[in-house]
Design a protein around this ligand. Structure first.
Ligand SMILES: N[C@@H](CCC[C@H](N)C(=O)O)C(=O)O
Length: 283
């Protein structure tokens, strides 16, 4: 079988995007892993699958697979790539689109300059719903946030826990460039306090409107940018009293802008989304 795909990226977080409206797709984790493999396949951090919606009042359904083959709830950079894709492929004339995801409905908008702004919905802050098991732990208050001590390689680190539909643990570091992301990222991802594993964010505050961020992603390793990670880090930074909205997030692959008006309000994510090439692969 030949599969048509588009290779895209959002600030260097790269995707294989597949139209599953006009192609029949019935893949399992092995096929997703093979497609995402950088040596034996096309290569990507995530695979995005565009389908007809099953929920009322939605334009599309969008599914996300990490390069380890697992399906996940949400992907911020992917949602921007998704909008560019449905527009460039002529799947819709709309610029503001209601999209069904595993984590609920999001509404991305294609701007005149080609960038995309996404209403990512309100962050979930109750530890149990992230999900994070805080049982028996004593949290440390900082501003409106509670930091949770978790042991990583025998050392205690303090993390904010935030769900943007998918789980994030955010720690503040002095210098993101020397932060031990490759060493502690996998241990945080698999920490037993996170029953669904977690994306590990390392946040350096430059000033109240400007941060640097690296994210070791669940199921994908460190990526050049993580959209939901940027949302979660800014939410954590604002709640800790370190940041004011809007915040420019400098990731290794590019810049994102995050706006958040506070508890109960949606997080807005803006940034680039680029098509790199189209292709066909034999499966
Ligand atoms: N790159 C993404 C997040 C993709 C999913 C994540 N690895 C998870 O497992 O939750 C983004 O831009 O948000």
């Amino acid at each position: 079988m030949k599969l048509k795909f588009t290779k895209m990226h959002g600030a260097g977080n790269d995707f294989i995007v597949i139209d599953a409206i006009n192609q029949h797709i019935d893949f399992g984790p092995d096929q997703w892993r093979r497609l995402a493999d950088r040596r034996f396949g096309i290569g990507a951090d995530q695979i995005l699958v565009v389908e007809r919606p099953t929920a009322p009042d939605c334009d599309f359904r969008y599914r996300i697979f990490n390069n380890d083959g697992g399906e996940v709830e949400q992907c911020g950079n992917g949602s921007r790539a998704f909008v560019r894709f449905v527009s460039e492929q002529g799947l819709t004339p709309k610029r503001s689109i209601r999209v069904q995801t595993m984590a609920g409905i999001i509404t991305p908008r294609l701007e005149d300059d080609g960038s995309v702004t996404v209403d990512m919905g309100a962050p979930v802050l109750e530890p149990a719903r992230v999900p994070f098991d805080a049982g028996g732990l004593k949290g440390v208050a900082q501003g409106r946030d509670t930091l949770w001590p978790i042991a990583v390689h025998g050392q205690e680190i303090l993390v904010s826990v935030v769900s943007m539909g998918n789980p994030h643990a955010v720690q503040v570091v002095d210098d993101v460039d020397t932060a031990p992301v490759a060493d502690t990222g996998p241990a945080i991802e698999h920490h037993p306090r996170f029953p669904k594993r977690v994306n590990a964010g390392y946040l350096q505050v430059l000033d109240r409107g400007h941060v640097k961020l690296r994210v070791f992603e669940r199921g994908a390793g460190e990526t050049l940018a993580c959209g939901t990670g940027a949302c979660a880090a800014v939410v954590a930074g604002i709640r800790r009293g370190l940041l004011d909205s809007p915040v420019q997030v400098e990731a290794r692959g590019g810049a994102l802008t995050i706006g958040w008006a506070g508890e109960g309000e949606p997080v807005f994510l803006s940034g680039p989304a680029v098509s790199v090439f189209e292709g066909e692969i034999d499966l």
